[in-house]
Ligand binder design. Structure first.
Ligand code: C2E
Ligand code: MG
Ligand code: MG
Length: 682
């Protein structure tokens, strides 16, 4: 994956369910907090009103005392008179200016160490009772921490002991004593009145009521958010499934394979395990679709997907790549690379065999290419580390290259990628990248290999053979690039180049009055698909003007299996223009005796293979002898190629072979060297 695509993909993956869940949790927690704060606020408000009420009562006591003293009573008289009006529990405690207690009722007293602060909108001094259970100094919130009696434990039942609902609600749940201060007018005394903060059952009911209302209001958005969260989780999961869905097979797609395989291979615990990346290819899928319909083709891929699904085990993956190609990541067991390869080969073979039977009524076959991924071993051979930067696409491309390298065919084939293969691929890439520029820069050079008469050892002809003299690679033999040129179609450009260069040479030699021999040029079979080839060659030669009979065109034997009518017509036209035409490599590969009947060629070139190896029983000689005889009977001249030994020359001379081309006489050579040789040998 490119890094941009990878980033977008990872972002999408991360952007999953978590944000929705986090938002939901945050919202719920905030709601709980808000309700708690709200309920606390309500409780404090209720408390506050009670405290304010107590303060007003205290104020009234102090006003009454002030009035009594203003009426002429002494402080003691006023206090004694006042005492009878004080209701139950409302104890008094008075300090003089020196903070000495001068009057008190009841058995408890203010605990001046513990001042209470009530924020209820008015300023007053409140002090804890020394027998109370106040635990904190600050705030009305203290009251909320007071021990609460059973709130609703005793359910109200009407008529129970004559108790009414109002009485039941009026029952005190929390009761806590504290002292409120009120200063008397002459400020000679500080009066403290003892009050009870009482939190009744009805107060709790109020708080609960508000709590329920708050909850109802908050529950609606919580439920909505919950539904939304669930929906987004489901959508996300569906999206993920879609993201990884292969539209054709209904299984996982390539993206899933890529990310999954990279994850498996880079996981720490997979470091000691060996894996294989497989390219599984259904041969002739297009043909299958053309014959049985695209739907049937897709059904076949679907069936393949289903088959592979049950065959891959934990930590293994597969997915369709494109067309009828599937990628697989398989575990490989074995002590060493060889054993692992063998196990993998066996497993793949049996998989391919099973796959072949997927549609018993139809003939299908598969090939597989494999890249082995050995366990990751550090240089010191001791430590295993996680594989890093695994490029699964590259590994798959290697597997694909391995499969393609075996070519096409019926039988199920399993091929392993090796570095030689990679070398070949790199070489092919290099050739394709540089061939155009090489042609422009005239890096292709004409070499000439003389042909000799076996009778008098005189040079009677030559073959033009191309050599690529690359500034980077040096001299490159044709077998290394001609097959690539043939595959890419570039061979026709090279053939034109060679025809032009040979024509130019012949024209120059004519002008210079040098000794000359006919030169044959190879014309690739790919060229014969081109319409008007004879005319085209004629134009190339005529651009320099040598005599046509000095040029011979060699057509390889395999070209005779292409469109025979076009070939026959082209050969006829070439001969009509005065060129000679020869059949190259006769006898190599497939025999084409039949083609000799129809194609009016001038020269038959016997392939060098006739003369390779031992011929102890003389069978090779018999074939050559008969081939020469056949050619002579058909009025063709015969050239024997690849002749390296004197006995071969003698034998061929005895059989009436017209020309000999081979290392025995001369190897292909540069033009200048050839020119010298012609002067000497022709
Ligand atoms: P070919 O046309 O059959 O050329 C004969 C090949 O046999 C040449 O190889 C030549 O060097 C080799 N040869 C000749 N005598 C002997 C011998 O005594 N022993 C051995 N071992 N080999 C011998 P080369 O030059 O490597 O060319 C290989 C093939 O490449 C040619 O086979 C031809 O098919 C193709 N080729 C070469 N040049 C051209 C070209 O300009 N155009 C096209 N289309 N193909 C070319
Ligand atoms: Mg040739
Ligand atoms: Mg040949």
């Amino acid at each position: 994956m490119s890094s941009v695509k990878e980033k977008t993909f990872r972002k999408l993956k991360r952007k999953r369910i978590w944000p929705s869940i986090v938002v939901f949790v945050v919202f719920v927690v905030s709601c709980i907090l808000a309700v708690t704060v709200f309920l606390q606020f309500i409780a404090l408000y209720i408390m506050g009103t009670k405290v304010v009420h107590h303060y007003e009562e205290t104020q009234r006591v102090s006003d009454a005392l002030d009035q009594l003293m203003a009426g002429g009573r002494t402080f003691s008289e006023a206090m004694n008179e006042m005492q009878q009006y004080i209701t139950d529990g409302r104890d008094l405690y008075v300090l003089d200016q020196d903070q000495n207690m001068v009057f008190r009722t009841g058995d408890s007293e203010p605990d001046f160490e513990m001042m209470l602060e009530f924020q209820v909108g008015r300023e007053f001094v409140a002090v804890a009772d020394n027998k109370s259970s106040f635990t904190r100094e600050q705030g009305l919130g203290t009251v909320l921490n007071m021990p609460v009696d059973d709130v609703f434990g005793r359910v109200f039942e009407p008529g129970e002991d004559g108790e009414t609902l109002a009485q039941w609600l009026d029952e005190t749940i929390i009761c806590q004593a504290y002292w409120l201060q009120a200063s008397l007018k002459d400020e000679a005394y500080d009066l403290y009145v003892k009050c009870d903060i009482q939190f009744k059952r009805q107060d709790i009911v109020y708080v609960c009521f508000f709590g329920v209302i708050a909850l109802v209001f908050l529950l609606i958005p919580v439920i909505l958010l919950f539904i939304n969260t669930i929906r987004s989780i489901v959508t996300q999961q569906k999206m993920t499934q879609l993201f990884y869905l292969d539209a054709v097979t209904g299984g996982r797609n390539w993206l899933y394979f890529q990310t999954g395989a990279e994850r498996v291979l880079t996981r720490l615990y997979s470091k000691k395990k060996a894996y294989a990346v497989v390219n599984l290819h259904l041969e002739r899928y297009q043909n299958y679709c053309a014959c049985y319909g695209v739907r049937a083709g897709e059904e076949l891929l679907e069936a393949m997907d289903g088959f592979l699904r049950v065959r891959v085990v934990k930590d293994e993956l597969y997915a369709r790549h494109e067309g009828a190609d599937f990628g697989m990541l398989l575990r490989c067991e074995g002590e060493n690379e060889e054993e692992r390869q063998e196990n993998c080969r066996k497993r793949m073979r049996s998989l391919l065999a099973e796959l072949t039977g997927l549609k018993p009524e139809k003939k299908i076959h598969f090939h597989a290419g494999i890249t082995m991924i050995p366990p990751y071993v550090a240089e010191d051979d001791k430590w295993y580390r996680a594989r890093k930067n695994v490029d699964i696409n590259q590994l798959y491309t290697y597997a694909n290259a391995a499969r393609i390298a075996t070519g096409y065919g019926e039988e199920q084939r399993v091929t392993f990628f090796d570095h030689e293969m990679l070398g070949r691929q790199l070489w092919e890439r290099w050739v394709e990248d540089t061939m155009e520029a090489a042609l422009r820069n005239e890096e292709f050079q004409v070499y000439l290999q003389p042909k000799y008469s076996p009778v008098n050892a005189k040079m009677v002809g030559a073959e033009a053979l191309v050599r690529w003299v690359s500034p980077k690679e040096g001299l490159i033999a044709p077998c290394r690039f001609i097959p690539i040129f043939e595959e890419t179609g570039f061979i026709t450009r090279l053939d034109d180049y060679m025809i032009s260069h040979v024509a130019k040479l012949q024209a120059e030699w004519t002008i210079q009055g040098k000794k000359m021999v006919p030169v044959s040029i190879n014309v690739s079979r790919a060229h014969f698909a081109q319409e008007g080839l004879a005319e085209h060659i004629c134009q190339l030669v005529d651009a320099y003007g040598p005599k046509h009979e000095l040029i011979e065109l060699e057509v390889t034997e395999s070209a005779f299996f292409d469109d025979k009518d076009i070939l026959v017509e082209t050969v006829r036209q070439l001969r009509a223009y005065g060129f000679h035409v020869s059949m190259d490599d006769f006898g190599a590969g497939y025999s084409s005796l039949n083609s000799l009947k129809d194609i009016p060629i001038d020269v038959l070139k016997l392939d060098g293979e006739f003369f390779r190896g031992d011929d102890d029983d003389g069978r090779g000689q018999i074939v050559v002898k008969e081939a020469i005889q056949l050619a002579r009977n058909l009025n063709m001249r015969v050239v024997a190629e690849g002749i390296e030994k004197k006995e071969q020359v003698d034998f061929l001379a005895g059989q009436g072979c017209d020309m000999i081309q081979g290392f025995y006489f001369a190897k292909p050579m540069p033009v200048a060297e050839f020119e010298e040789k012609v002067e000497k040998d022709a």
